[in-house]
Design a protein around this ligand. Structure first.
Ligand code: GTP
Ligand code: MN
Ligand code: MN
Length: 589
């Protein structure tokens, strides 16, 4: 336990508020965790799975109305409404504290309060930040112990410092009408009530590592981004690192763990996963941009994960993993989800806890947003740098979304400010119909729409300023789109492992080794510079040319959409981005 006065007095304050019977300080020991697992198994909160096939693995089901993040109940509580900006829900902090305290008051009665000290980032790393989460849920304790670095070692690093994030979680009675996920960036505080679902209650993840940290990054001169971090080793043994921001469900976890195509494997290419969801980036002593993954595990979507789509993710879930809202196979006490294999269990229990026959039932066995919480160290391709505090130097930053049309397979921005523009106009479509009808476009700048903890206009400006500091050492900025559809609604690019072919061009561009064609939106590869060896049958030269084409009429329409979107930000829109839009419009004339 700690002697830190700010921690002790806050924990006392929380204790007086929620009035638990007992307080348990999480020390990070395996022994304490095992006691908690046993207790959760005994009360039925968790189900122990097959010890031979899934050693150390547990299953948990949440309430049926509590299965996902809730953006409409997520608030940024800055003192001034303007500081939350046009893309966030805002509440006055004093009013919000009062409302939340009224909900939380007495809510731990008869139960235990767990105090979890945790580090986002390797303990003691110059990138890392400390948090303390108070919760009444063992599920939260066990998940936090996978997703973050937890225990007494945190107190040693924290010392007497007051620089730590406070997180209060109260399960209450999981009433969706009183569910609130509130961030107070100016107070380093998070309060989450009436939920017991991962994304809402593992406060280290989206609440801290993105919403609070993005605000800290702005004030302290660094960046917290919704990005994977990937190392690519070439046959000479050189490793280059890239980060990539795609909106949720657009393939970060897939790209972060990709399996190189056969031809690349033979040549000696290797992939190393540093992170699959969040990157914290700082300018290093060498003036370059360096990144760490602040997390210690993967909180991945289960459905669709299988031995073909993402074998590395699947392998990561084979031990010491917590499954949330998947189906339970009663025959061998293992788990199943849609898309795992073509052999659903007949004698099973669905995510709601009802008897379920996967062969005959029309209901889903697993919830579409069911998840696995897996230790990063389980991943076969985890980077040797993952646990080191120094981070990895970033050569390229990649933005991307799901666009049936308009956006080419890949393009490079003209320079940093143009790259910030490219990130700011990121958009994703709801899946287009088979007829090729264009889906509804949702703008999701830098994939941070649900996660930016302050005014997004100021966030754009922070990006511009980071570029000024980085100067000619700044990573090059690219945009990719794996999701172009043909007239019949088929994907034109095979994606997944074959995305390495695009990364290959991107890294060659960073080394000035590949040529490009200048277009109004940026630099596009010459078709002959994308290596199609081994997939010539799947992707014809004509298809490749088509998905690298910029259609001026579509882009003129796109420019109108951007102009409309930019109006939201009023005077907060950086003049640099307004100039970029003007430049694009002029080049499209
Ligand atoms: P969060 O973890 O929620 O932030 O999302 P994520 O970005 O990690 O998304 P995830 O990797 O879970 O997204 C998976 C979805 O994207 C699945 O439907 C995949 O089939 C699809 N996907 C991933 N990569 C590709 C690709 O290269 N091509 C195509 N066509 N689909 C892909
Ligand atoms: Mn993911
Ligand atoms: Mn995410």
């Amino acid at each position: 336990m700690t002697t830190n006065k700010s921690v002790l007095s806050w924990v006392d304050e929380m204790k007086a508020l929620v009035t638990p019977d007992t307080v348990l300080w999480i020390d990070g020991s395996e022994q304490q965790l095992e006691t908690l697992r046993k207790e959760a198994i005994q009360t039925g909160e968790m189900i122990k799975l097959n010890d031979e096939k899934l050693p150390g693995c547990l299953l948990h089901r949440t309430a049926e109305n509590d299965v996902a993040r809730v953006e409409n109940r997520t608030f940024i509580c800055s003192r001034k409404e303007e500081d939350a900006g046009p893309t966030n829900h805002w509440m006055d902090p004093q009013q919000c504290y009062k409302m939340l305290y009224d909900i939380a008051r007495g809510s731990y009665k008869g139960r235990t309060m767990y105090v979890i000290p945790f580090s986002m980032g390797p303990v003691g790393s110059p990138f890392a930040k400390i948090g303390v989460e108070v919760t009444d849920s063992i599920y939260v304790v066990l998940n936090m112990s996978i997703m973050t670095r937890v225990g007494n070692k945190i107190w040693d690093v924290l010392g007497d410092s007051n620089d730590w994030v406070r997180g209060l979680h109260c399960k209450c009675n999981v009433d969706p009408e009183k569910r609130y996920i509130c961030q107070f960036p100016e107070d380093n505080t998070i309060i989450s009530v009436n939920s017991a679902y991962g994304g809402n209650v593992l406060l280290g993840k989206k609440c801290f590592a993105l919403r609070i940290a993005s605000y800290q990054g702005k004030t302290e001169g660094w960046m917290a981004e919704h990005m994977l971090i990937l190392g690519i080793q070439n046959p000479k043994g050189e490793i280059k690192y890239v980060t990539a921001a795609f909106p949720s469900a657009c393939g970060k976890t897939n790209l972060a763990m990709l399996i190189p195509p056969e031809g690349y494997k033979k040549k000696g290419y290797k992939i190393f996963t540093v992170g699959d969801d969040i990157a914290w980036m700082r300018i290093g002593p060498d003036g370059r941009l360096w990144a760490i993954n602040p997390e210690n595990g993967f909180f991945g979507v289960a459905p669709g994960t299988n031995a073909k789509s993402n074998p590395n993710a699947l392998a990561s879930t084979k031990k010491n993993t917590i499954f949330t809202n998947v189906a339970l196979n009663l025959d061998d006490n293992t788990v199943w989800w849609e898309g795992l294999d073509k052999n659903p269990p007949e004698n099973a229990v669905d995510w709601k806890g009802n008897p379920w026959n996967g062969k005959t039932s029309s209901e889903k066995g697993a919830h579409p947003n069911s998840r696995f919480t897996a230790p990063a160290q389980n991943c076969p391709c985890i980077s040797p740098e993952f646990d080191k505090g120094a981070g990895v130097p970033i050569s390229a930053i990649i933005f991307g979304g799901r666009r049936a049309q308009t956006t080419p397979l890949v393009y490079q921005s003209r320079d940093w400010n143009n790259g910030v523009f490219v990130g700011s106009i990121m958009a994703s479509e709801t899946t287009a119909a088979a007829t090729g009808a264009v889906g509804v476009i949702r703008r999701d700048p830098m994939a941070m729409l649900p996660f930016c903890g302050y005014n997004m206009g100021d966030y754009f400006n922070h990006w511009i300023e980071m570029g000024q500091k980085l100067g000619d050492k700044a990573p090059k900025i690219f945009n990719v789109n794996w999701f172009r559809l043909d007239k019949d609604g088929h994907f034109q690019w095979p994606g997944f492992g074959d995305n390495l072919r695009v990364l290959d061009w991107i890294l060659d561009r960073c080394d000035n080794k590949a040529d490009a064609v200048e277009t109004p939106i940026g630099y596009v590869p010459k078709p002959e510079d994308i290596n199609l060896e081994g997939i010539e049958d799947e992707v014809s030269q004509d298809t490749l040319k088509e998905i690298l084409t910029i259609d001026k009429t579509q882009w003129q329409k796109e420019a109108q959409g951007i102009e409309e979107f930019y109006k939201k930000f009023g005077s907060k829109l950086p003049k640099e981005l307004a100039a970029e839009l003007d430049g694009l419009k002029a080049r499209l004339q």
